[in-house]
Design a protein. Structure first.
Length: 87
C-alpha cells in the first residue's frame, strides 16, 4: 500500500474512535440530566411526604441516584480529558 492510502486508512480508524467517543459522551450527558431531574423530583417528594416508611424508601432511592450521578460525572470528566488529548 502507498503511504497516502495508509494515512487515509489510519484517519478513518481514528475518526471512528472519535465518533464513538463523542456518542458515548452525548448519551452519558443525557442520562445524567435525566438522573438530575429524577433526583430533584425525589427531593420534592421527600419534603412533602409524612409517612416514615415512604421517606426511608425515597431516601434510599436518592442515595442510589446521587451515587450514580457522581460516578457518571467522573466518567464524563475522564471522557472530556480524553477528547482534549486526542484533539
Amino acid at each position: 500500500m502507498k503511504a497516502k492510502q495508509l494515512l487515509d486508512k489510519l484517519s478513518r480508524i481514528l475518526n471512528e474512535d472519535h465518533h464513538a467517543q463523542l456518542e458515548k459522551y452525548k448519551s452519558l450527558k443525557k442520562v445524567l440530566k435525566s438522573l438530575q431531574l429524577e433526583q430533584s423530583e425525589l427531593e420534592k417528594q421527600l419534603t412533602e411526604t409524612q409517612d416514615i416508611d415512604a421517606k426511608e424508601d425515597i431516601e434510599s432511592r436518592l442515595k442510589i441516584i446521587v451515587a450514580q450521578r457522581k460516578k457518571g460525572r467522573k466518567v464524563l470528566k475522564h471522557l472530556k480529558k480524553a477528547r482534549k488529548v486526542n484533539s
